[in-house]
Write a protein that binds this ligand. Structure first.
Ligand code: RB5
Length: 154
């Protein structure tokens, strides 16, 4: 699968290890930075990776910050993106099966390299659950992106 991976200054060591692991599994992985320890802002990295997915340059994106929280919040502000924050193989798998999250966020200060690889593998290997309840909920998520989706008449 064609993937992009990006993260802030908390991410480089884990990102390098994940890229090595994923390429070893046959994935094509484009590294969108950052590469150093200089402080950067995770929304910028969420934006560039999510844009690559929306443009079709990659099928999916992996995002990394210290906790995974900030970068997942940023990604989920981008219309068309469903970003799941995962911390285990089960949450990685369910992010695809139930939520069809084409972007996965993980925390470099939460998962070590082995746990991160297992989490991302589970997400990539999962098969989407086509059950109508999941598709219905994904449709409702998309509807929240439109300005008049809150139901408020005000
Ligand atoms: C950066 O120090 C840290 O705030 C960031 O990596 C992330 O954990 C934010 O959610």
């Amino acid at each position: 699968m064609k993937l992009v991976i990006a993260g802030d200054h908390a991410s480089p060591a884990l990102k390098r290890s994940l890229i090595h692991h994923l390429r070893g599994r046959g994935h094509e992985v484009e590294d969108l930075g950052t590469d150093g320890e200089a402080s950067v802002d995770y929304p910028d990295y969420a934006a560039v990776a999510c844009k690559a997915v929306l443009d079709g340059r990659a099928e999916r994106a992996v995002l990394i910050c210290g906790t995974g929280i900030g970068i997942s919040i940023a990604a989920n502000k981008i219309a068309g993106i469903r970003c799941g924050l995962a911390h285990s193989p089960d949450t990685g798998r369910l992010a695809w099966e139930h939520n069809r999250a084409q972007v996965l966020a993980i925390g470099a200060r939460v998962l070590d390299a082995t746990a991160a690889s297992a989490t991302v593998d589970a997400w990539l290997d999962a098969r989407a659950d086509e059950g109508p309840r999941h598709l219905n909920r994904i449709g409702k998520i998309a509807a929240l992106e439109t300005p008049c989706s809150t139901g408020s008449k005000a």
